[in-house]
Design a protein around this ligand. Sequence first.
Ligand code: SF4
Length: 327
Amino acid sequence: MIAFDYVRPNSAKAAVDAITKDASAQFIAGGSNLVDLMKHGVVAPQKLVDISRLPLNSIEQSGNNIRIGALCLNSEVAEHALIKEKLPLLAQALNAGASPQIRNMATVGGNMLQRTRCTYFYDLAMPCNKRQPGSGCGALKGYNRMHAIFGASNSCIAVHPSDMCVALAALDATVIVAGSKGERKISFVDFHRLPGDTPEKDTHLQKGELITAVEIPVNDGFAKHSLYTKVRDRASYAFALVSVAAALDLQNNTIQHVRLAAGGVAHKPWRLMAAEKYLKGKSPTESNFKAAAEAAMSAAKGYGYNDFKLTLLPNTIIHTLKTIAGV
Ligand code: SF4
């Protein structure tokens, strides 16, 4: 057993202070990923700062934004009446993730910070630049069926595993964080990072910063026409091969606004900007959806075992948009 210290501060400020003072300390809330990582020996924090009892678990609407506390459980958010009515895409994505037991433990903030499920990352006998910088990437020429087709580097081709985050990227969410210098806001699409030469860093959070909430703008058109499609190897408790979060604001048979993001394809939830740009102002037809999917794939690259995603993702984009639009 590897010993570690454990503290449970009673305020966000005390939590930030506790973690800032100790370079190896980590926050823990539901622990549904961190405890696994510790058991596997992938990480070994010398101190855990338990934030699970901080008052960061409310869901409320203020003006045009819905604010979700970082310690809300995934299951609470998915079942909350306001979320089901105003942000059904988020509820669908949450219910597509993990298992009921894990959704009852995992928090919104923890979901954002979960690590990749690349099997080489968890296998201490294999090289992995994310786990041990400079050791190499076992997946690059290995069994990379689950890996990225967008934004990868020669250092890492892992994907971010979250479903919830794909919906939050599509919905233009903002992450609220508290740090020793006060509060700041990070656009969700800029929260996670691409691997580049430093794949050990998953996000743009600074050391000591605590996620306190996420804010999502409400769009009634998106609430009426949105869908999360997850393609996976089995019907439940499996990570996405690919997933698509899509929302259309349709008026007079014209796409006024559109949001599209994909999961299981990049180191971060992958916003499909080129497809969005193509569809804006067009009619919701199968031919337009096919052209948008083609635009979305222009920068895609397979690594061998994951080449099937180059076909699966555009097909999933088209299927999702056709289902929403009823064409
Ligand atoms: Fe590690 Fe990334 Fe390579 Fe997986 S893809 S082995 S996480 S460096």
